[in-house]
Ligand binder design. Structure first.
Ligand code: ADP
Length: 352
């Protein structure tokens, strides 16, 4: 049985009302006068970001947040807590939330142990001859090459119309040239990363990168009947890094989101991208989809090379994303959404 405590929280006045069990779960003496900042100090940084985001903009406005948080208690003990809260139904405008906090540490730890042994097993199954770098090249070049072929075919069609199609043919050739440049950039940056070199350090505006990547995949979204929206925080500091590599991270996450929506027919096919400032001097980027989500037991394997649940997958996308993000001193992780689909998050340090 999990230990469960109740709480009330007024978002207007900041008042917290906790049952004794809730105090115990969070490692405070019952009756302690608490403000939210005290509680945040006990929660792992990434999870505070999630909590804040769930409160600012709940995915499910009626049901409210349902989160799994990791706590570090004084003395270093780690606890896993599931927190469910919903707005007071009698008077939703009061800002009052009521909820329950459950200590799920023992089930979370056994899940973690199980996943670690699965991960060890999976790592032994890596295919050899092509190697990770070969698979990486094949994976990342697929998109610019298919764009070159598609635009080449379109160009031939426009040219067969004679002068009537000249303008269109010219823009097709322009797209071919820029895809060719992208392919060259990709090869260079893979060579750099594979040889352990640090990423290039040019200043990058993350919102501009998100917008240009959204535009790059515009046709893919359209073809798959997907609405892609974004909420980009204004005034974010720049980050320092390799633009091509970081764009590849966004492309991989967005392509995965598109694929997870492929069989969705009973709800809107949606992708949502957001940028914001996270705790400290980090930028947080999230890519959320309304797709199928992943199996929780796959989570520790998903970021390993060659792990795939798709018939035609290579299992390289997320492994590449993690390598790139970590080479930029950031972190990448994923969570299933409460309702549908999954959200992938990554952080990058702001440029000094
Ligand atoms: P591939 O796309 O070739 O399978 P990836 O490394 O990009 O390789 O992804 C590994 C696995 O992670 C996928 O096969 C899928 O099971 C899971 N995955 C990745 N992104 C998502 C997503 N947005 N929704 C659900 N599952 C995902």
């Amino acid at each position: 049985m999990s230990m469960a405590g109740f709480f009330g929280w007024n978002t207007r006045t900041g008042e917290l009302t906790w049952s004794n069990v809730t105090y115990e779960i969070f490692g405070f003496d019952p009756g302690t006068d608490l403000v939210l900042a005290d509680v945040y100090k006990r929660i792992r940084e990434e999870d505070v970001v999630l909590l804040r985001q769930a409160l600012d903009d709940p995915a499910d406005k009626e049901e409210g947040p349902d989160l799994r948080l990791r706590l570090t208690l004084p003395g270093g003990n780690v606890k896993y807590v599931r927190v469910r809260a919903h707005p007071e139904r009698r008077d939703p405008s009061s800002g009052q939330y009521v909820g329950v906090a459950m200590d799920i540490t023992s089930s979370a730890l056994s899940e973690l142990e199980l996943n670690t042994s699965r991960q060890e097993l999976a790592q032994k199954k890596r295919p050899g001859p092509i190697g990770e770098v070969g698979a990486w090249v094949a994976h990342d070049l697929a998109q610019p090459l298919s764009s070159i072929v598609m635009n080449g075919q379109a160009c031939i069609r426009w040219m067969s119309m004679g002068t009537a199609g000249t303008e269109e043919a010219r823009s097709c050739v322009q797209r071919i040239v820029s895809s060719g440049y992208r392919a060259t950039d990709i090869i260079q940056q893979i060579r750099r990363l594979a040889s352990g070199e640090k990423p290039a350090t040019a200043p990058i505006f993350i919102n501009e990168l998100v917008e240009s990547t959204e535009a790059l995949l515009g046709e893919t979204f359209e073809k798959n009947h997907i609405t892609c929206t974004s909420s980009l925080a204004p005034g974010l500091p720049t980050i320092s890094g390799d633009r091509t590599q970081l764009q590849q991270v966004l492309i991989n996450l967005l392509n995965n989101a598109v694929q997870s929506l492929a069989d969705v027919g009973d709800r809107k096919r949606k992708i949502f991208i957001a940028t914001r400032m996270s705790e400290g001097k980090e930028l947080l980027v999230m890519v959320e989809d309304s797709g199928t989500g992943f199996r929780v037991q796959d989570l520790p394997l998903m970021f390993s090379p060659f792990f795939t649940t798709k018939a035609d997958g290579m299992g390289m996308g997320l492994a590449i994303c993690r390598t790139v993000v970590e080479a930029h001193c950031g972190r990448l992780w994923a969570l299933n959404n409460t309702r549908h689909g999954a959200t992938f998050y990554f952080t990058l340090p702001a440029a000094p």
